[in-house]
Design a protein around this ligand. Structure first.
Ligand code: CIR
Length: 262
């Protein structure tokens, strides 16, 4: 066997950009023209970046009927023991979960959020055995209570977090290193995350708090160069990707994959 063969320690589930992406849900942003071909090229580069970091990509085909289906993160929470299939807060997005469940069921026992609960994976930030869950317009009290009850037997604590001015909790805060959160304190109050250190986004880059940690590396949008520098100053290895079209749809780097630890 060649020494250059990559060793896959993770699987990244992704879904191709929908030809209907221009009709995506929008909550805080004005609609602007999305270049779907460019979105597809950027998404391919994103997948390649994940491959370069040792992920094997499980890519689902596009769904021309589901404008937001590239944002697979919202459909599930994948843990070492189980995966929770969500019930997305936007009714238009609920059909996205079935094809994702079909893939995840090959790797994990599946649990589910049921009506009247709603939960978007973009609201769930896992740090070790703590699951911080944003009380956003997409994730309701029933969804958060169901998540806590489903995961208590596995030793996870679910902590509701107040977030405002952005779509999801992970628009406001993500993990960038073992004990470091990348945060926009104007969207979420840092004192809610006890025991963690913080890197703040540059004030001119309010949407810069979304980083995708893959092992010791971070995949990060090149739309936020000042915050990228702040991450590098902390010794964090940053892998820039172009996400302009995804960002017009209110998405970011974590939204476009579900990582399954090997
Ligand atoms: C939506 O509003 O649902 C999509 N246009 C964007 C979802 C982004 N997902 C994420 O941040 N996890």
């Amino acid at each position: 066997m060649s020494a250059a063969q990559p060793k896959h320690t993770r699987i990244a589930v992704t879904r191709k950009v929908s030809s209907a992406m221009a009709r995506c849900e929008l909550t805080h942003l004005q609609r602007t023209v999305i270049d779907v071909d460019l979105a597809r090229r950027q998404h391919q580069d994103y997948e390649q970046t994940l491959r370069n970091l040792g992920c094997r990509i499980e890519s689902l085909p596009e769904d021309p009927g589901q404008a937001d289906s590239v944002f697979v993160e919202d459909t599930a929470i994948v843990l070492d023991e189980v995966a929770v299939i969500t019930r997305p807060g936007a009714p238009s997005r609920r059909p996205e979960t079935a094809p994702i469940a079909a893939v995840l069921g090959r790797y994990r026992q599946l649990l589910r959020i049921e009506s009247p609960g709603t939960l978007d994976g973009g609201d769930v930030l896992r740090v070790d055995r703590a699951l911080y869950v944003g009380t956003s317009t997409r994730s309701n009290a029933s969804g958060i209570e169901q998540l806590a009850a489903l995961l208590a037997p596995f030793g996870y604590r679910v902590l509701p977090i107040t977030v405002h001015g952005c779509l999801h909790l992970k628009s406001a805060v993500t993990q960038a290193a073992p004990e470091q959160l990348l945060i926009n304190p104007r969207f979420v109050e840092p004192s809610q995350f006890e025991g963690m250190g913080f890197v703040e986004v540059d004030a001119s880059e309010p949407y810069g708090a979304n980083a995708l940690m893959v092992g010791a590396d971070v995949v990060y949008s090149n739309s936020h160069p000042r915050t990228a520098e702040a991450l590098r100053r902390q010794g964090i290895r940053v892998h820039p990707v172009a996400m302009s079209e995804t960002e017009k749809a209110e998405g970011a780097v974590t939204c476009c994959s579900l990582l399954i630890a090997g």
